[in-house]
Design a protein around this ligand. Structure first.
Ligand code: IMP
Length: 202
């Protein structure tokens, strides 16, 4: 069977790499293709699913007919902040979308919140569009808590601040293999992989 190319509606190289690793680890014959000309999309639907769908539609509209498209919308929802930054995770500290500034802002907002009220969950919604325009949505959640000081140099985005349930270290410390076993993205990917397999597409 030939390799299935999924064009990823994202300019974020970390997402391309994580999704490719997830695919390879799950033994799928899939290539995650980074979008070279991702159209600008206003992520204004207010939901991860709505934003993911919008990005997938936008990318498919500029690709030749017959291509598969995948979009990932994700972020961290913090209980003590009423679910913020949530769908605004990428732009929490401003429209420039600076990951280091976003991380600093979240650490500051949470500095005085006591242990026991530091619960948070990462969410990932994957929107898959087939060549016929058919659409399928897969969701993953990883619960945990926010630590006080960012810890660890691995991963990306808010990884240094997030300690998944069952772990004593942050997403940025537990290593790529462990993150890819339990993460919000891994959980969404597992469903997508099962869906592709069940249809004999991979
Ligand atoms: P999106 O590109 O609009 O989906 O923005 C997602 C934002 O959420 C990113 O900019 C990151 O800040 C954050 N995010 C999503 N997934 C992860 C992750 O696995 N680790 C850390 N931060 C993440």
């Amino acid at each position: 069977m030939s390799r299935l190319s999924l064009h990823l509606a994202s300019g974020n190289p970390h997402k391309v790499q994580e999704l490719q690793t997830l695919s390879d680890t799950s033994g799928l014959s899939v290539e995650i293709v980074r979008a070279v000309a991702m159209p600008k999309v206003d992520e204004d639907t207010g939901t991860f699913g709505g934003n993911a769908r919008k990005k997938a539609v936008a990318l498919q509209s500029v690709l030749p007919a017959g291509e598969w498209v995948l979009a990932d919308d994700s972020g961290v929802c913090v209980d003590a902040l009423g679910g913020a930054p949530g769908v605004e995770s990428a732009y929490y500290a401003g429209p420039q979308g600076d990951p280091a500034a976003n991380l600093r802002k979240l650490a500051e907002e949470m500095r005085d919140v006591p242990a026991g009220r530091r619960g948070a969950s990462f969410y990932c919604v994957l929107a898959l569009r087939g060549p016929d325009g058919g659409e399928k949505i897969f969701e993953g959640r990883c619960p945990g808590v926010l630590c006080v000081e960012p810890a660890g140099g691995g991963g990306f985005g808010y990884d240094p601040l997030f300690v998944p349930d069952g772990f004593a270290q942050s997403y940025a410390q537990i290593g790529e293999a462990e993150k890819n076993r339990i993460s919000h993205r891994a959980r969404a990917w597992a469903q997508l992989a099962a869906w592709l397999r069940a249809r004999g597409l991979v």
